[in-house]
Design a protein around this ligand. Structure first.
Ligand SMILES: Nc1nc2c(ncn2[C@@H]2O[C@H](COP(=O)(O)OP(=O)(O)OP(=O)(O)O)[C@@H](O)[C@H]2O)c(=O)[nH]1
Ligand SMILES: [Mg+2]
Ligand SMILES: [Zn+2]
Length: 381
């Protein structure tokens, strides 16, 4: 009970959420999850709460129902009273306005295909999804395929994606070219270079971070953002710059492969002093798509537009005559890499959809069997 009388609206609470709150419960926002427990921010401050029975049952059926950072929760007294100092349970997760859901990454029995029909919610009720990709020098300047993949998840979440080229100071002279590459990979999405690591300048003067204020601007109006990206991208460093203090530990990237060490191991919701909230996340190395509606299409609106010019309306852009997509690749207007990335994500989304269909079918069959059995029982002469 650290901040008595906190106005929950500063955490994103609103009337439509209030309308969903079950009688006899109090609302709180999930700041962090720890195996069956949640740390939440309620009007009386941070509290630890246990997952209630109903939540655990729902999550056993579908992991997407598990409470997740950013969720709004209805809290009720723990039946049986205080257990190890915890006296509240998370009775219900209120309907999510947006949710970033990733698919698992699994190998099938033949060791091929990635993707898993089980989803995992990375963050809920997020307005802005920052996709962070670190600037790098030289030939392999940035992993744009990863940016496109994360953008698909971001669009699908219902939040607004924004791309951040983090550690922009490392790009040097490559920055303009990098900005062009990123803009092509993220049509219709804001792209900003960010240098979050304030450090001593060469002449001894402190250098202010670049782009941090722009990032902060997206959080105006008590909005919630999440930052996604690989380990070592500088996600926590950015969160600290926004917070104006070290709220998340950061760590030097391992020399050599530049992959980082997974310094952040928990997703965590941070309230910022100037208003607004940001969710820091552990580095993402590989992430599978989950069920996709428009997500992938929204990442590749440029290809969709080109496709309208193809001679055949069902053009697959493989080898057809009069294909405007292939013509754009030939003309150097559409990077070949991007066309390949589009194919890959399309295939993965289709495969996920078929897995989901199969799962729904088998669930339906199972349900019918149960009903059949019950009917047989009832009508047995
Ligand atoms: N040059 C430069 N280095 C940065 C910048 N931001 C962060 N770093 C450094 O990059 C390293 C990794 O930063 P973190 O913030 O821990 O990275 P992270 O994305 O949170 O990594 P995980 O928690 O492992 O996912 C640290 O040594 C930071 O000091 C930047 O803008 N420029
Ligand atoms: Mg981190
Ligand atoms: Zn075509």
């Amino acid at each position: 009970m650290t901040t008595p009388g906190l106005d929950l609206r500063t955490l994103g609470w609103n009337d439509s959420l209030a309308a969903e709150l079950p009688a006899g419960t109090v609302p709180a926002r999930v700041a962090r999850i720890d195996r069956g427990n949640a740390e939440v921010i309620a009007a009386d401050g941070h509290r630890r709460v246990r997952f209630g029975a109903r939540v655990r049952r729902a999550a056993a059926d579908d992991p997407v129902a598990l409470p997740c950072v950013g969720d709004w929760a209805a809290l009720a007294p723990l039946p049986g009273g205080d257990v190890h100092g915890v006296d509240l349970q998370l009775q219900e997760v209120l309907p999510r306005r947006t949710a970033i859901v990733r698919g698992g990454v699994a190998r099938d029995s033949r060791g091929g295909l990635s993707g898993d029909s089980k989803g995992q919610v990375l963050a809920a009720n997020v307005d802005v999804v920052f996709v962070a990709e670190p600037a790098r020098h030289g030939a392999d300047r940035a992993d744009l395929g990863r940016v496109e993949r994360l953008l698909a998840l971001a669009w699908e979440s219902g939040g607004t994606p924004v791309v951040l080229i983090t550690k922009s100071d490392l790009a040097g002279d490559d920055l303009p070219a990098l900005l062009t590459d990123f803009a092509l990979a993220a049509p219709g999405v804001d792209v900003h270079p960010v240098f979050a690591l304030a450090r001593e300048g060469v002449d001894g003067e402190g250098v202010d971070g670049e782009g941090v204020d722009i990032v902060r601007g997206y959080l105006d109006g008590f909005r919630t953002a999440v930052v996604l990206g690989p380990s070592g991208a500088g996600k926590s460093t950015l969160v600290n710059a926004l917070a104006g203090e070290t709220v998340m530990p950061t760590q030097q990237v391992r020399a050599g492969d530049g992959r980082g060490r997974h310094t952040t191991v928990h997703r965590e919701l941070i309230t910022l002093p100037g208003g607004g909230l940001i969710i820091d996340t552990p580095g993402i190395r590989r992430v599978g798509l989950y069920e996709m509606g428009e997500g992938v299409d929204l990442v590749f609106t440029d290809i969709d537009e080109l496709a309208e010019q193809c001679r055949f309306s069902d053009c697959s852009h493989e080898s057809e005559p009069g294909c405007a997509v292939l013509a754009a690749v030939d003309a150097g207007d559409l990077p070949e890499r991007r066309l390949a990335s589009w194919r890959k994500l399309q295939r993965e989304a289709a495969w996920m959809a078929s897995r989901t269909d199969a799962r729904l079918r088998s669930e339906q069959t199972r349900r019918w069997k149960v009903i059949e059995k019950a009917m047989r029982g009832r009508y047995r002469p």
